[in-house]
Design a protein around this ligand. Structure first.
Ligand code: ADP
Length: 384
């Protein structure tokens, strides 16, 4: 059973082996499964959930599900449910998202949450499947393949270092060419047969050096381009899920209240998935680093329409905001306030977004820190 699978098979299983068997089956699932009623009260808490949250079943049954969430979801969850019951507007049910959960010891951790709704008699219940993103082996495997892909793009980050050595390498043939050409010019002053021989030699040497310089430039081009960038329509939710899981893993997301509020109507975007993941990972990592010493750590990724057929994605944090000097030259390469920062992340983000025909900018966030926004071509453009 996968996390995203609604327990539609449960009804069939009930007839098959009875509810006890069903419970036994659910308890074998490593992910956590929690069932709540429409008031948020916990009706069922699987063994996987006990392991993940550190609570015994008896501690949780009958309690409000919000005890498993950090603030501000903790205080707001009742409202989330009543808003859904009133409006029928789905923000998480059937969609799923990466969010933050809270264990018994108060620690928080990133999770992938899928919620489905189940009608039982005349009432209804909500079933949540929760996968811990910090230690999950399957996630690790996914991360591995993602990292391999991302490595391609981080080659671009290495470009800064590479550019210096390329400049150095190019200097050698250029100096040689200058010397040969100057010698050839001087030899023309005394065009004896012997000197004409030297002249021919000088010119063919400078031609060879010019070819060498061309090869160095070609190497740089190949290094950056990684073949052809492929732009296809893909799911923004998926990109955000994968990028946030990647950025929040290794405990970097601990104690951070992470939320993704993505408009399901704006899900399709025209992207080179690997490159846009790199942009998201850069922005999320920057936000996490900015909030390192902040007492309240909130990170929200949201989407909204932009113009006729663009989608605006924003990454907001509750950190200290932008340094005044950095703000003026934010997207320039080598601008950094970090001791070991290269100052290349944002300039790479800008290069990628511009290549996607979008824009990127920063402004103060409602959460108190910085909000980075970028635009992508949305599905509206697909029908044209
Ligand atoms: P680096 O992270 O290597 O410094 P970046 O280009 O990613 O390079 O960022 C440049 C600078 O922009 C950072 O050093 C930091 O001062 C500032 N910055 C980026 N993101 C944020 C953020 N979310 N909050 C505050 N400052 C930020």
């Amino acid at each position: 059973m996968t996390t995203g699978e609604p327990p539609a098979s449960i009804a069939a299983l009930e007839g098959f082996g009875g509810l006890d068997d069903l419970h036994a089956l659910i308890d074998t699932v490593p992910d956590a499964m929690v069932v709540i009623d429409t008031e948020g009260k916990v009706l069922s808490f699987s063994k996987g959930a006990s392991r993940m949250f550190g609570y015994a079943e008896a501690d949780v049954i009958g309690e409000n599900i919000s005890m498993l969430m950090p603030s501000p979801d903790r205080e707001r969850h009742d409202r989330y449910i009543s808003r859904y019951l009133e409006t029928g507007e789905r923000r998480i049910i059937g969609i799923g998202r990466v969010t933050t959960a809270r264990a018994r010891d108060g620690s928080t951790f990133p999770v992938d949450l899928s919620v489905s709704e189940l009608m039982v008699g005349s009432g209804r219940v909500f079933t949540g499947f929760i996968r811990d993103l910090t230690g999950n082996r399957q996630t690790e495997q996914q991360m591995h393949s993602l990292l391999a892909e991302l490595a391609q793009v981080s080659r671009i980050s290495a470009m800064g270092t590479l550019a210096t050595s390329i400049a150095h390498e190019l200097n050698q043939p250029l100096t040689a060419i200058t010397n040969y050409v100057e010698a050839a010019r001087d030899l023309l002053d005394d065009p004896t047969p012997e000197n004409l021989g030297y002249l021919r030699e000088a010119l063919s040497e400078s031609a060879a050096e010019t070819l060498r310089a061309g090869q160095i430039v070609q190497r740089l081009r190949n290094f950056i381009s990684r073949g052809d960038a492929v732009r296809e329509f893909g799911s923004l939710t998926r990109l955000v899920k994968e990028a946030s899981a990647l950025a929040l893993i290794n405990g970097d997301g601990r104690d951070v209240d992470f939320d993704a509020v993505l408009d399901p109507h704006l899900d399709r975007v025209l992207v080179d998935a690997v490159q846009i993941q790199q942009v998201l990972v850069n922005l999320i990592r920057n936000a996490l680093e900015a909030m390192k010493d902040s007492p309240i750590k909130q990170l929200t990724i949201a989407s909204q329409p932009f113009g006729d057929d663009m989608v605006q994605v924003s990454v907001s944090d509750s950190g200290p905001g932008l340094d005044k000097h950095v703000a003026e030259r934010l997207f320039h390469p080598f601008v950094s306030t970090k001791a070991s920062g290269m100052g290349l992340g944002l300039s790479i983000c800008q290069t990628i977004i511009n290549a996607h025909d979008g824009q990127i900018w920063a402004r103060p966030s409602d959460l108190g820190g910085t909000e980075f926004c970028f635009t992508l071509i949305g599905a509206g453009a697909e029908d044209e």
